[in-house]
Design a protein around this ligand. Structure first.
Ligand code: NAG
Ligand code: NAG
Ligand code: NAG
Ligand code: NAG
Ligand code: NAG
Length: 457
């Protein structure tokens, strides 16, 4: 529950100091047009074209997909089971690629899935075993040729290998994976047709910090081999209290590592974000705020398995009948869907500069459109008391003092399978402000509801 109460009047002019309770919005600093950095999902797309009707993609500004046929059974278990089983996974991948491109979304290819890591173990063959790369090279060349023939290079990002640092996706040494990375990068760059295809890596499950040798050894060797990806990718799906499971900290630690290895900065892609508990409206708004601030692409983590992995847009959607019946088509909006829909359809105009609270538990994303300011806010699945300070009111044509009527919308829901069709109207409260700065309190008494605040200019 949320209550708009008293108005705190800030006497200070200019920048408001970051503290543990204040999130800021600075209307005077534009960050350009919305691009929906956070509107990506890993898997979540059915293999049957058109199974999920268009509007479910377009309403959220769908921006990025990522797949490779994971968890399909025979005859689609992947390359290591022979050509037919490779084709099964390729077909699933191409279908998802087509769906993404139809909505203008880019597509991240997961070759480790087309290889078939989910049907592999210690005893099956892995790329480069005993120094023999012939089979892996054939796999890469075949995949490159098939994507080309199927006209699937536009908007394609080749994600060299997913999460080699957790044992389910890689059963060999760290060095064998780095060799794989460098070898694949070189193979891709030997083919001029692939110039327009971006490469992403390392897509590690763990974070870019100086004592993580998966990162440091990889960075040192890609520097030495001139094989820098176009996108640095990694995952943020750990616990909420892990210091490095937060872009606000890892953006800086990665920057430091890049300096250490004399590597260029590149686009960041958090191609799996948010743990399962964070997939409620408050968590969604918190993650959107973070990804927007650091201008990192983000794809929602997907915590489903089997055919359900290939459905429901990573739990943004549910179904009126049985959400886990893959063949049912009575799609409905889950709780978080409404947050992404508001983020895309309503938060138009220019994005503006923001900062989150110093305790890193509450954050905001904001836009200014002709006549309207909109602020989306979320707590990192916890309760607490915070406040939002809006600076730069005069820069959008408001007087330096006066009163502002704030309309509040609540995005509720705790169960990804519950249908929630709209945010709820929480009314309008008037706030006095002065010195061009407005502050209003947030009393977050549940850990799940996200809020949107709107006022007219
Ligand atoms: C590894 O996978 C192969 C192929 O599925 C299977 O035959 C074998 O029993 C598995 N080995 C172990 C140790 O699980
Ligand atoms: C280039 O990459 C290989 C791994 O494929 C590695 O053994 C070698 O050390 C790297 N070279 C440099 C100069 O980093
Ligand atoms: C994030 O890190 C990049 C370097 O990787 C840096 O250029 C950028 O300014 C940082 N973003 C913020 C908002 O600090
Ligand atoms: C968001 O925008 C849509 C389309 O303009 C509109 O119908 C809807 O009422 C708006 N929702 C909110 C919460 O303002
Ligand atoms: C902010 O919170 C952290 C713990 O999250 C605490 O260590 C620090 O003292 C707090 N700072 C202020 C100014 O309250």
């Amino acid at each position: 529950m949320f209550v708009l109460g008293f108005t705190a009047v800030l006497l200070a002019t200019g920048l408001v100091r970051a503290d543990n309770i204040t999130a800021t919005v600075n209307l005077a600093v534009s960050k350009g047009d919305p691009v929906h950095w956070a509107s990506g999902v890993i898997y979540g797309i059915p293999d049957t074209l058109d199974q999920i009707p268009d509007h479910w993609y377009t309403d959220i500004g769908f921006r990025y997909g990522r797949s490779g046929g994971a968890q399909l059974e025979a005859p689609a278990r992947g390359w290591i089971w022979g050509e037919e089983e490779y084709k099964g996974r390729l077909e699933s991948t191409l279908s998802n690629y087509k769906t993404c491109r139809r909505y203008g979304a880019d597509f991240i290819l997961l070759p480790h899935d087309i290889w078939g890591t989910d049907h592999a173990n210690d005893s099956t063959v892995w790329p480069g075993d005993n120094g023999d790369w012939a089979d892996y090279d054939n796999f890469i060349k075949r995949l490159m040729a098939d994507l080309k023939v199927n006209d699937a290079l536009d908007g394609l990002v080749w994600d060299i290998w997913n999460e080699p640092d957790i044992s389910i996706f890689w059963k060999r040494s760290q060095q064998q994976w780095i060799d794989l990375y460098i070898r694949t990068h070189k193979l891709l760059r030997e083919d001029g047709d692939y110039d327009r295809v971006e490469i992403s890596g390392p897509s590690l499950a763990f974070r870019p910090v100086s004592d993580n040798t998966w990162w440091t050894d990889w960075l040192a060797q890609i520097a030495g081999n001139d094989t820098v990806p176009e996108q640095y990718s990694y995952h943020l799906e750990g616990e909420t209290d892990e210091w490095d499971n937060d872009l606000q900290n890892t953006n800086g630690t990665l920057e430091e590592l890049l300096k250490t290895y004399n590597l260029p900065t590149r686009q960041i892609n958090i191609n799996e974000y948010a743990n399962a508990n964070e997939q409620i409206p408050a968590g969604a708004a918190w993650w959107i705020s973070r990804l927007e601030r650091y201008e990192a692409y983000g794809l929602r983590g997907n915590w489903l398995g089997g055919w359900n992995l290939h459905d429901l847009l990573a739990n943004l959607l549910t179904k009126k009948s049985d959400p886990l019946d893959y063949n049912a088509r009575d799609y409905a909006s889950g709780p978080e869907y409404q947050v992404y829909k508001y983020y895309n359809l309503n938060m138009t105009g220019s994005r503006v500069e923001t900062s989150g609270t110093g305790d890193r538990l509450f954050d905001v994303y904001a836009t200014v459109d002709s006549g309207k300011v909109r602020i989306l806010s979320g707590a990192r699945i916890t309760t607490g008391n915070w406040q939002i300070t809006v600076q730069g009111l005069t820069s959008i044509g408001l007087p330096s003092a006066g009163s502002i009527d704030i309309q509040t919308w609540g995005f509720a829901g705790t169960d990804v399978y519950a249908e929630v069709d709209a945010p709820s109207d929480r009314g309008i409260v008037s706030h006095e402000y002065s010195d061009g700065v407005l502050t209003f309190p947030i009393y977050q008494t549940d850990a799940s509801t996200a809020w949107a605040f709107e006022f007219n200019v």
